[in-house]
Design a protein around this ligand. Sequence first.
Ligand SMILES: CC(C)(COP(=O)(O)OP(=O)(O)OC[C@H]1O[C@@H](n2cnc3c(N)ncnc32)[C@H](O)[C@@H]1OP(=O)(O)O)[C@@H](O)C(=O)NCCC(=O)NCCS
Length: 215
Amino acid sequence: MRSTTHPSGPALLPRPAPLRSGPELLRGHPVHRRSSVVVDGQRLELRPVVPSDLDGIDRFVRGLSPRSRFLRFHAAVRRLSSGQLAGLVDVDHHDRETVVVRDTSGAVVALGQYAGVGRGVAELGLAVADDWHRRGLATRVVAWLADAAREEGFRAFTASVLAENRAAIGLFDRWPGTVQVERHGTAVEVLLCLDPYEATALPAAAAADAASAPA
Ligand SMILES: CC(C)(COP(=O)(O)OP(=O)(O)OC[C@H]1O[C@@H](n2cnc3c(N)ncnc32)[C@H](O)[C@@H]1OP(=O)(O)O)[C@@H](O)C(=O)NCCC(=O)NCCS
């Protein structure tokens, strides 16, 4: 992985634009989940979504390459509907969480989310801006979401990945608790145990059962 700490040290790098102050910060916004990383000399901020991120998320999705949008949404979409955008922003930070990664200009460069599907399992989705691929960002996004989900009592993520998506399959293969569940036509269902020790103990059949459990 090529993510590095800048030789001159993080303290000399510009800081991300501060969050707008507003009522969203007073209504249970999990401020403790905010963090920053330095990747290839650039400081990036990872934090839970706030309502004012809606336009930035819209721009981020429209700015992805058609191929990345297809791999993320399994369809040739050009942009998300207002309902889909609202679903990403309107989260409770417990059963549903969205992490936004922004650069120092405030542009969204990666986005990830989970949504509970029952029995301690949440569905995971993420995308990284094409210019930022292969710099360890997705790895950080999954780790951030796993920390948040563990905190909320989840035990596993499930993700539906197109079988042709070598990048996502490579990413999840590296997760210490990944169980490949099943192939459904062109998609592969994977299960990521949030406690890696559980993955070794969990037979694939039980994993499949957990992934398909009704809410
Ligand atoms: C899948 C995706 C999120 C990976 O993001 P990323 O930030 O480039 O991933 P990382 O840099 O953290 O890569 C971690 C590991 O995943 C694997 N990987 C990532 N991209 C890969 C590629 N193009 N080919 C093969 N393996 C790849 C590698 O093992 C990599 O580690 P390495 O770089 O040390 O070899 C990104 O390609 C993307 O946004 N794709 C479009 C949307 C999508 O497919 N979402 C997933 C479905 S939910």
